[in-house]
Design a protein around this ligand. Structure first.
Ligand code: SF4
Length: 294
């Protein structure tokens, strides 16, 4: 791990008033924390993947959705970020890497569709040739299943914008428990909006499934997931829980992760086991906001 003092101390945000206050790097993954003009703190992550640079941005200070396995959810809701504060995270990452940013994912702190207007405004700046010039197809909005937000986002006609949905359970009783947003937008309502969402050229929705040992990793639950996505053009990312939130959940054994993926493949689904990189710097999925960096 190495702290990049020059970059951490040298970045401040011009109009946005943001400033990098801490950063940490491990295995090429960089997590940086920023202090906003009002003193609020957010975190963002830079992920180099196969020669391309992905930046994971936050859309809120904390999050009010309270998913029980998520460290950000445990922080509660602070406030929405402005478009400038969202775009600034990408700018800061670009200066750090001294190269262009190829992909942007809204998978940092917050439920992006709870801050739709700012997120859409930020996306437009990111995609504009006079802005960051990153095509919509390289920008992914990830939601916990905000059905009204998915419909509203679709209506903006941001052609080829990519949508990811964190599903984690394909049966309402369990999903109600893991992700309280499901009580507002049950699975059937969510699926109706996913079917209606404009898919763009690639025509695929990314389904994220965080595997929690003994909770949602059985064969029956894999089959439930397969039935749920039937009729939807999807790619499924299976991510082993990173075990960092102190939530009482634990990571499944690697062989169980492989078995779960195999059951989905048997159902003819396109599945990727996604390794959660950056755990040593608390930058992995569900770890933002876990604590201050050393
Ligand atoms: S998983 Fe996403 S929506 Fe759920 S609490 Fe965490 S940041 Fe919020």
């Amino acid at each position: 791990m190495a702290l990049d003092e020059r970059w951490c101390q040298g970045q401040s945000g011009g109009m946005s008033g943001c400033q990098i206050v801490e950063c940490l790097e491990e295995d090429g993954v960089v997590k940086f924390a920023s202090r906003l003009a009002d003193g609020a703190r957010i975190e963002s992550v830079i992920l180099p993947i196969r020669g391309r640079t992905t930046v994971c941005v936050s859309s809120q200070v904390g999050c009010g959705r309270g998913c029980v396995f998520c460290a950000t959810g445990a922080l509660g809701f602070g406030r929405n970020l402005s478009p400038e504060e969202i775009v600034w995270q990408v700018q800061a990452a670009r200066e750090r890497q001294e190269c262009r940013v190829d992909n942007i994912v809204f998978m940092g702190m917050g439920e992006p569709l709870d801050n739709l207007d700012s997120v859409v405004q930020a996306i437009r700046v990111m995609a504009d040739p006079h802005g960051l010039d990153i095509a919509y197809r390289y920008i992914t909005v990830s939601t916990a299943g905000h059905a009204d937000g998915i419909r509203a986002l679709g209506a903006f006609n941001l052609t080829n914008l990519r949508l990811a949905v964190s599903v984690n359970a394909a049966e309402d009783t369990l999903r109600d428990r893991l992700m309280p947003i499901n009580r507002q937008y049950p699975l059937a309502r969510l699926k109706a909006e996913l079917l209606a969402f404009p898919k763009g050229k690639r025509g695929v929705i990314l389904i994220e499934y965080v595997l929690l040992a003994g909770v949602n990793d059985s064969r029956e639950q894999a089959l439930q997931l397969a039935r749920y996505v039937d009729g939807l053009p999807v790619r499924i990312n299976v991510i082993a829980f990173n075990g960092a939130s102190g939530s009482g959940f634990s990571a499944p054994a690697p062989e169980q992760v492989r078995r779960f993926c195999g059951w989905l493949v048997e159902e003819k689904l396109f599945v990727r086991e996604r390794r959660s990189r950056g755990q040593g710097v608390l930058a992995a999925c569900g770890m933002l906001g876990v604590g201050r960096l050393p």
